[in-house]
Design a protein around this ligand. Sequence first.
Ligand SMILES: Cc1ncc(COP(=O)(O)O)c(C=O)c1O
Length: 361
Amino acid sequence: MKQLVRENILEIEPYPPGKPIKEVERELGIKEAVKMASNENPLGPSPKALEAMRQAISDTNLYPDGSAYYLKRALAEHLNVGEENIILGNGSDEIIRMIVETFLNEDEEAVIAQPAFIIYQIAVKVMNGKCRIVNLRNFTHDLVAMGKAVNDKTKLVFIANPNNPTGTMVSDEEVGTFMNKISDEVIVVFDEAYYEYIIRDDFPQTINYVRQGRNVITLRTFSKIYGLAGLRIGYGVAREDLIRDMNRVRQPFNTNCLAQVAALAALKDKEHIERSSSINREGKDFIYEELDKLKISYVPSEANFILIDLKQDGKAISQKLMQEGIIVRPMGMYGLPDFIRVTIGTIQQNEKFIKALEEAI
Ligand SMILES: Cc1ncc(COP(=O)(O)O)c(C=O)c1O
């Protein structure tokens, strides 16, 4: 029979979904399993977002506002950019797809670090583009090497800052040097999903490049500190013409009505954001301290997760942790078979994780 699937699609490994938490509990006969695998906010959504959704739920017979008018207006004010500089997506995942669909021709290349967020490579392969892979250096994006990897065929560069799964960041100065050299025929995507967790003051303010009219797209999301991962909503900030081009491929109703109202409320809930950030800082210090005591190495993180070097099979340890009701992410699919990535949780979750880890190793 004739092969129906496009050849390039066969190169893509489907993204492996985790099992539903209830199913894990049922299979293992455990209660109150804790998911520390997907870098979600352990405090849950902002109470204000929950209330906004309650009020909006009876309107779900209507299509959502395809322009996301109110949310875009609030984001424009929050970021001090124009509404025409913003695009919303069904998670920033969808915006990554839209970027590649809009800008990458079949024979063009995207420069991507490895290991970095896996969705960039999938999006590029779907469009039959080529990924030019540049290894991390000291677990961090090597912007010098990435700059050198840019050639006549390069259209996109993806920089996850901080990076997932390592939690490391590139500084203002490193990004500045990179941006000074980059060709103006290349679009640089700064994926800042964990932006709100950053406390270092040398983090680059990449939206300034947008204001300067550079070929830059900055991505952020409501899935992490805002605690709305299940609603799927994120945004991109770029020059007006780039946004206009991306809107040509955007599905008309790509963000749903509950996500829009929840995001609007969450954006304004400063208290929830501050609490989430502070519990993350405390949790991080606690986990570092305990790992130090156990003589386990880890990569210091700017985000809400920690990459841990177990120096033994990460998958086997993950399975043992799962028996104790702790779900973490083994890192084999990122080419780091001896590592796990754990999301920083509440105090109780972090304690439970450390206790289980100590027993598992
Ligand atoms: C670096 C990075 N970018 C993007 C995303 C996707 O976020 P969203 O839920 O907005 O699609 C993630 C999620 O884990 C991430 O780690």
